[in-house]
Design a protein around this ligand. Structure first.
Ligand SMILES: [Zn+2]
Length: 219
């Protein structure tokens, strides 16, 4: 039997950062014109005339994650396990985010594992969880930890394991110009932190056995 929990949408609580005063669309477009001038071009030349409005619309998509509170969302969508008590692994969830230091794309994959206590969530919900956190300005370590903490607090499983692998365009297209470098971050909670065997089961499932050493739970 499916059990749905209805909760009122809480704004500005954990999960959804409190919004500072939002500039108008006009102001945002003007800021883009300023950056075009800063880059050395003329925002009034024909090819660039519609660019500020396109960039602002793209921002609405890239940063849509500020509008959602994944905690509330997950609370509404979990289901009873029906006795299932094995590790659940969802791997290769692609994400696109932006680094909060350079606002350059971070593109990669997240692997999620958890050992349910009495609640599971559907695959699409987990993918959506990743997306909500990814569609904000991020650092990969925080993204990894936020996904783990949210799943842990809402589903209250025996443990949560998150591994993220991504390339950072602020490293590949500027600065040190290191193409092909992938950053790997992980967060292990509960049984995945405490029991090497359970952790290895997860790491094998995502093809990373032996690649990650957990010393203190921070991964
Ligand atoms: Zn960066």
């Amino acid at each position: 039997m499916d059990t749905m929990v209805n909760t009122k949408r809480a704004r500005g609580k954990s999960g959804a950062p409190a919004q500072p005063v939002r500039p108008t669309r006009e102001q945002a477009e003007e800021a883009v014109r300023t950056l075009i001038r800063w880059a050395g071009d003329d925002p009034n030349r024909e090819g660039l005339l519609a660019t500020p409005s396109r960039v602002v619309r793209a921002y609405e998509e890239w940063f849509a994650g500020y509008k959602d509170n994944p905690r509330e969302y997950l609370k509404r969508t979990f289901q009873e396990t029906g006795g299932y008590d094995e590790v659940v692994v969802l791997r290769d969830i692609r994400f696109e985010s932006f680094c909060e230091h350079h606002m350059a794309p971070i593109i990669g994959r997240v692997h999620i594992g958890y050992l349910p206590r009495n609640r599971v969530v559907g695959i699409s919900k987990l993918a959506r969880l990743v997306e909500v956190y990814a569609r904000r300005l991020q650092i990969q370590e925080k993204l990894t930890a936020e996904i783990a903490t949210c799943l842990d607090e809402v589903l209250k499983p025996y443990g949560v394991a998150i591994v993220a692998e991504a390339t950072h365009q602020c490293m590949t297209t500027r600065g040190v110009h290191k193409a092909g470098v992938t950053m790997v971050t992980s967060r292990m909670l509960g049984v995945f932190r405490d029991h090497a065997e359970t952790r290895h089961e997860f790491l094998s499932a995502i093809g990373m056995r032996g690649a990650i050493h957990v010393a203190n739970g921070a991964g």
